[in-house]
Design a protein around this ligand. Sequence first.
Ligand code: TXA
Ligand code: MG
Length: 338
Amino acid sequence: MKTLFLTEKEIDTAAEIIKNGGLVAMPTETVYGLAADATNGSAVKKIYSAKGRPSDNPLIVHVSSVEEIYPLVTSFPENAKKLIEAFCPGPLTIVFPKSDVIPSEISGGLDTVAIRFPSHPVARELIKASGVPLAAPSANLSGSPSPTSADHVKKDLDGRIDAILDGGECSVGLESTVITLVPEKPVLLRPGGITHEMLESVLGEVLVDPAVLNPLKEGQRVSSPGMKYKHYAPKAKVVLIKSDDNNYYKYLAEHSTGKMVALCYNEDLSNIKDIHCISYGKKDDYTEQASKLFDALRKIDEQGYELVYGRCPGTDGVGLAVYNRLIRAAGFEVIEIE
Ligand code: TXA
Ligand code: MG
């Protein structure tokens, strides 16, 4: 298949492809999504084969207005209204009980559906021009980090999808926050740009699913199927170091080998000598770390490193989302130095 490369001015061409049951990679404020008509089961099926994604991992449905949500769900809780009022359009996905409009290919056998109202103008225009809600997972091959630029999408999916709509770099850089309102108490399933603290400021107590911070135990039931799959881990072994600056530098110096890289903060670059470094943002700026992390992880593989010693971010605010992705890349291996 030949993949078309489209600019923001060619949204109508992209919408035609969607209407004809094709696949278009679209920019959103979080990461690029691989979009298909959410009401067309056979179009949705193609997403799974293009990405190499297991079919029981459900997809997020993207809409461009609140009204579009009503036909897709069987109940619209008061808490959903509050969240939408506070944070949408934006990097938040809400899980609702699903209606029959949602084909089984989207929901992976669950009786719920995850819905998101993106703020990126190109994504919103594409949804409107297509005239249907769009099912879209991140536009990477399963096993790669989510793409935050059209170039990342091209590296993974060129020749496997109909078109890539280039909308520049994604501002948030990590996938959306996922919250479910189906259980009695709301549960945070995946941390993202809308933080746990922000959710609690609107809803009161929001539980954090154990899979956000901990490895799954054998046979453990998961609330969000994506959690049970091995998330992106570079081919290199990744270890996180939880320490102050000097202990990090000392650890690097004592454990330095040829194909090792330090995944560090910008401020560390001038302090680390004779060791390869890739930085993922300023030390106290979780928002910048979120936007740079996936590009940094892609570089680690492109540059062929075998061992990564990464700085371990905090778990407050957007830090929780950065930590959640990094700890998975590290297979939960953290060395704590007092
Ligand atoms: O920012 C994002 O959310 C991006 C952009 C493209 O919108 N999309 C994205 O999709 O990250 P994906 O498929 O890579 O991740 C969706 C996550 C998965 O972990 C999946 O298991 C979970 O959401 N999910 C989807 N539907 C669900 C449902 N009904 N209940 C619980 N979890 C669900
Ligand atoms: Mg994904």
